[in-house]
Design a protein around this ligand. Structure first.
Ligand SMILES: [Zn+2]
Length: 197
């Protein structure tokens, strides 16, 4: 063979070899990269799980448990004169967020006792003089049944009129309505009114 033919063949061979090697390496990289990505994601997940586990162990460690913005806030007031306990669910006031039980105790007004304390729920209770707001009186007014509430001093305050006329009620009911019929709670109030309808 002539020298130039050998030279061209060599060049062609080198080019083919180069392309083949390049292709092989490129392929390897493509195949490798998803694996290394997976590894990274896996490592990150493990790290995340580790952090979650750490948070959990901190949260359940007890003493240092603190209130959060999502802590349920339940207020219980017991009224001395009627003995009823009124429960009130509220959003936790921001000034009481991120406090331990001891810190909360210091910040609260003296009337409140901490009945329950966890990061999920805080229950506060107190006693008050007088009667609760759940006391109603039904009374005849201008020929109709009217609803009054009893305030904390046991005095009647007009709340609203019903559309129930006393005109066709039995005599005994009319007598009772003149004296005033006391009921406790909205449920009993509604049931009593329905009886007259
Ligand atoms: Zn009451």
């Amino acid at each position: 063979m002539k020298k130039w033919v050998i030279a061209i063949l060599t060049v062609v061979l080198v080019i083919i070899l180069g392309v083949a090697i390049g292709f092989f390496i490129g392929n390897q990289e493509v195949e490798e990269s998803p694996e290394s990505l997976d590894d990274k994601v896996l490592a990150q997940q493990n790290q995340h799980e580790l952090e979650v586990v750490n948070e959990l162990s901190i949260a359940t460690s007890g003493q240092d448990e603190k209130t959060t913005p999502s802590t349920k806030w339940l207020l219980k007031t017991t009224y001395n004169d009627c003995g009823h306990t009124i429960e009130e669910k509220q959003d936790i006031p921001t000034m009481y967020v991120n406090l331990t039980k001891e810190e909360l105790k210091e910040k609260l007004e003296k009337e409140w006792d901490i009945e329950e304390f966890s990061k999920d729920q805080v229950v506060l209770s107190r006693y008050q003089h007088g009667i609760c707001k759940e006391h109603y009186v039904l009374r005849e007014k201008d020929g109709y049944i009217a609803i009054y509430t009893l305030n904390q001093y046991d005095q009647e305050e007009f709340l609203e009129m019903t559309e129930i006329s006393v005109q066709y009620l039995p005599e005994l009911d009319v007598e009772n309505l003149k004296k005033g019929i006391q009921v406790t709670g909205k449920k009993e109030l509604n049931e009593t009114i329905e009886d007259y309808e």
